[in-house]
Every structure is written in structure tokens, then in C-alpha cells.
Design a protein around this ligand. Structure first.
Ligand SMILES: Cc1cc2nc3c(=O)[nH]c(=O)nc-3n(C[C@H](O)[C@H](O)[C@H](O)COP(=O)(O)OP(=O)(O)OC[C@H]3O[C@@H](n4cnc5c(N)ncnc54)[C@H](O)[C@@H]3O)c2cc1C
Length: 467
């Protein structure tokens, strides 16, 4: 029998598998995806948010534990577990040398990449390179890896892991780490969670999934049904406004529309509905998917003028382009009169001070609802551009409740051989909201803890058996 079974094949699973193997355990990793699609949402990532008290290799200045914690507290509105959050924050300051040992390389933030040079370490070659490096290291260390292995259910006995079932196969192990992602690719579950709105729409039917199609939440549902303690609200998720023309799955990072704070966003009725300049884009981009999800038809348009060009990461699909605002309204299929009224009112309300996109500047609107509180400049310089937006789900927050040892709980009791990491428990730290790079911080911290704990549990079990 193998010591540690790891279920999942993304960052959290790989961190757990590597740590368990380094601790001397034999490890088997089961990945639902075929080899070519291995790595879950992790293959789409770019960076990790890191605490540091002084400049460190690719990170400039300092980002203290307290500032990181305050950022997290603010974006989650306090719906977070401070002990677990601080554990993640501290772990983020020391994990990079371990990642480096396993082949991950870092590079400085690119300009235009969400104001992140101080806070986020970028992976050289992106998440795909990180995933490949971890798999290479795992294979070299002797971790057994099996692809095309979606696990359907676990066999449990009084909160203890006994075996995993994948189709007709039954796989036993001394301990187990669950790292099988959220349920973002389970469209029925999303539909059930979001329900029907007052307009009679099922908003979730119009969501696009930014990452892997393999995160169906099968084991999350199974564990909750089996009595595991859960945390979080099924409608809470990291949701970004992405290009409405993106594919249903795996559109990844390049479909994100990053010019929101440089212009205005209009719904199907050509009305603005939220402050586009509320805060820096890395602290706000993850609320826009949800905001669009609340609009009629779950669709909106980001409108900018020539002044914004070159100040944001260009998206993969070109925007509609026009030399006049009425022409842009026609191209976007929006009511021209309503569009012109919204833009005229907005332009007239702009109080332009000293525009600076790197600061919370003093360019704002006056007497307009909703206000635009920073970076408000009239949209008056052709050519004008418009990008259609839809909600893009990155990952869901409903998860399994854990303690600082990453143990799954049943009726408040920690399991002694079943652990969980990554998106499957991120809701302990992220009750709502998001700040860029914290998903990988959570998965790396808890993946490493879960792997170590699972190796310890297996070693105890072996000793008991041989006593
Ligand atoms: C486009 C995009 C960009 C992102 N960018 C960033 C970023 O730059 N920084 C950041 O911090 N976060 C980012 N995130 C979020 C980040 O991907 C996650 O927080 C992190 O990768 C989660 O790791 P994980 O291992 O928990 O899940 P995943 O990487 O999604 O891995 C889950 C794994 O479980 C497997 N699996 C699912 N069900 C089963 C089953 N039943 N049996 C066996 N295996 C199963 C899947 O195939 C997959 O391999 C991004 C996400 C997306 C989609």
C-alpha cells in the first residue's frame, strides 16, 4: 500500500506530493486530466503574492505581514480566518527558495501587469512552466503519477480515509491529500447555487470558465454529503470580467479585459453601474465578474478612448473601434441615444486633476451616480474602443473547513489522515473578494502543510502496524 495518496494535479497537489516524498513517504498522485491537460487552473497562473520585509530578488521595496493582512482583510470584508490567513502570509515569505529547488524560476513583474512589482513574484514561463517543473521534480523523486484518473468517491470510516474509488478501481493508502480544485466547471452546480434572478434569468448559464474543465467539484460534493465540515457560500467565487468572445473553458489570462479603470463600463441599457476607479485594478478586478453577473443578460461593455491605449495589457481579441461615439454605440449594438446620454453626462462630470494611473489620483467625477472616484477623464479622443464583457469564473470559494494542519473536519473533529489544500479549502481564507496572487499563496502554503501532515500520518500508521 502506498503511504500518501494525493488527489488532484495542480499546484496544491504537487506541493503536497513533493513535501510528502521529501519527508520519506511513498506517494501516488491521481490527476483527472490527461497528461496534455494536466495542472488544473495552476497552468494558467502567473504569480504568487509574497510578504517580504526588504527587496528580495524579483520583488522591489517591502510588503509587510501587516500590509498583506490588511489588504486581505479589506478585500474579504473580514470574512476570513485571521490565524489561517497569517499562516499563509508568513509562509509566502519563505516558500520561494523551496520552489526554486524544484525548478520554478521567477521574473520581475511586467509593466501593465496590475501594479504588482512590489507584491507579486512572477513565474518565468507562467503557470505552465511551474507545473512542468513540479511534475519533473516529482518524477525524479519517485512520485508515481497517474493521469486520466478522476476520483469519484472516497471510502471513509469515522472520518478516517480508507480508499479512493476511480471508476472500477479501488486505491488504498495510509493517508490522503485532497487537492481537486473547486466546482467552477460544474455548470449544474453553478446554476443551482446562483438560482434564478428577478428577471427570470439563470445568470450562471452565461458564465464562462477561465480555467480547467476538470474541476467539477465531485469530491467536494461527496465529502460534504459524507459529513465533512464545509465553509463558504457557493455563490462566492473569484470572478473576473472577461471578453464575452472567450471560449467556455481554458480561455486563461489573455481573455481578461484590463482597461476598466481607464474608461467606463456600460450595461445592456447603456447605463453605468459601478465606480470603475474605486481602487487599484489588482484590488478590484475580481469584483467585476460578479458586477457583470448582476446586469441584465450578464453582459456589459468596457469603453475607452485613445488616451487609454498603451496603459493596460492588450486583450487577445481586438475591441470594436470607431472614430465617433455614436458609431461605437452602433458597433456595440447599444441604444445610441442612451449611450450618448450616459457618455455626455459622464464627460461633463469629470473633474480632471493630475492624472496618474500608478496612484489613487485626484481625477474624479462630481455629481454623478455612480461616481468614478479616480482616473476619471472625459472619453473624448478618437479612436474609441469597446470590449464586450461576460462573467469569467476563475474558482469557487465553497470548501472544506480546515485547521492550521490542513486536516479535514467531521462534526468539528479533525481527521487524522485526511487533509485538503488549494481551492478545495481556499474559502477558509477567502470568504469573498480577492487580491491578485493569493490563490497560489494559499495553495502553496496549505499544499506543503498537507503533504507534511499526510507523510507524518502515514509514518504513524506504519509504526502502529509494525508494533
Ligand atoms: C486564468 C487563471 C489565472 C490565474 N492566475 C492566478 C495567478 O496569477 N496567481 C494566483 O495566485 N492564482 C491565480 N489563479 C488561481 C489559481 O489557479 C488557483 O488559486 C490555484 O492554481 C489553485 O490550485 P489548486 O491546486 O487548488 O487547483 P488546480 O490547479 O485547479 O488543480 C486542481 C486539480 O485537480 C484535478 N481534479 C479535479 N477533480 C478531480 C478528481 N475528481 N479526481 C482527480 N483529480 C481531480 C484537476 O484536473 C486539477 O489538476 C488563476 C486561475 C485562472 C483560472
Amino acid at each position: 500500500m502506498v503511504d500518501v495518496l494525493v488527489i488532484g494535479g495542480g499546484n496544491a497537489a504537487l506541493c503536497a506530493a513533493l513535501m510528502a516524498r521529501e519527508a520519506g513517504a511513498s506517494v501516488l498522485l491521481l490527476e483527472a486530466a490527461p497528461r496534455a491537460w494536466r495542472g488544473g487552473n495552476t497552468q494558467h497562473t502567473r504569480n504568487l503574492r509574497c510578504m517580504h520585509d526588504a527587496p528580495q530578488d524579483v520583488l522591489v521595496e517591502a510588503y509587510s505581514e501587516e500590509e498583506y493582512w490588511q489588504d486581505l482583510r479589506k478585500v474579504t470584508g473580514g470574512v476570513t480566518d485571521e490565524t489561517l490567513a497569517r499562516l499563509v502570509i508568513r509562509a509566502s515569505s519563505t516558500c520561494r527558495s523551496w520552489m526554486h529547488q524544484h525548478g520554478v524560476r521567477f521574473q520581475p513583474s511586467l509593466s501593465g501587469a496590475l501594479h504588482t512589482a512590489r507584491t507579486n513574484a512572477f513565474f518565468m514561463g507562467g503557470g505552465k512552466a511551474l507545473v512542468n517543473a513540479y511534475y519533473r521534480s516529482a518524477e525524479r523523486l519517485g512520485v508515481q503519477i497517474r493521469y486520466d484518473m478522476p476520483v469519484d468517491r472516497l471510502e471513509l470510516q469515522g472520518g478516517r480515509f480508507i480508499a479512493a474509488h476511480a471508476g472500477a478501481q479501488r486505491i488504498t493508502a495510509r493517508s490522503c491529500v485532497l487537492a481537486a480544485g473547486g466546482f467552477e466547471s460544474n455548470r449544474e452546480w453553478l446554476r443551482e447555487a446562483w438560482g434564478r434572478n428577478e428577471r427570470g434569468e439563470y445568470p450562471a448559464d452565461n458564465f464562462l470558465i477561465r480555467g480547467t474543465r476538470f474541476n467539477t467539484g465531485t469530491l467536494l460534493k461527496h465529502l460534504i454529503d459524507a459529513g465533512a465540515d464545509s465553509i463558504g457560500d457557493p455563490t462566492q467565487a473569484h470572478m473576473v470580467a472577461i471578453d464575452a468572445r472567450a471560449p467556455l473553458y481554458d480561455g486563461g489570462i489573455c481573455t481578461r479585459i484590463d482597461c476598466v479603470s481607464l474608461g467606463v463600463v456600460l450595461n445592456r441599457e447603456a447605463q453605468r453601474f459601478y465606480d470603475e476607479g474605486e481602487d487599484f485594478w489588482p484590488k478590484r478586478y475580481a469584483i467585476w465578474g460578479r458586477l457583470v453577473a448582476q446586469q441584465p443578460g450578464q453582459v456589459a461593455w468596457s469603453v475607452i478612448d485613445a488616451k487609454a491605449v498603451g496603459r493596460f495589457m492588450p486583450p487577445v481579441f481586438p475591441g470594436a473601434r470607431a472614430d465617433s461615439l455614436p458609431e461605437l454605440a452602433r458597433q456595440l449594438g447599444l441604444d445610441e441615444a442612451a449611450f450618448m446620454q450616459t457618455l455626455t453626462q459622464y464627460n461633463a462630470a469629470c473633474r480632471v486633476g493630475r492624472f496618474d494611473h500608478t496612484l489613487l489620483d485626484d481625477c474624479h467625477t462630481a455629481g454623478l451616480a455612480p461616481a468614478k472616484t479616480h482616473w476619471a477623464r472625459p472619453i473624448d479622443t478618437p479612436p474609441f474602443f469597446g470590449y464586450p464583457l461576460k462573467p469569467g469564473v476563475t474558482f469557487t470559494y465553497l470548501g472544506l473547513k480546515v485547521n492550521e494542519h490542513a486536516a479535514v473536519h467531521f462534526g468539528g473533529q479533525a481527521s487524522d489522515n485526511l487533509f485538503v489544500a488549494g481551492e478545495m479549502m481556499a474559502g477558509n481564507v477567502l470568504g469573498q473578494g480577492y487580491t491578485a496572487g493569493v490563490g497560489m499563496s494559499i495553495g502553496t502554503a496549505f499544499g506543503r502543510i498537507a503533504g507534511t501532515q499526510a507523510a507524518n500520518a502515514a509514518s504513524k500508521e506504519r509504526q502502529l502496524a509494525s508494533a
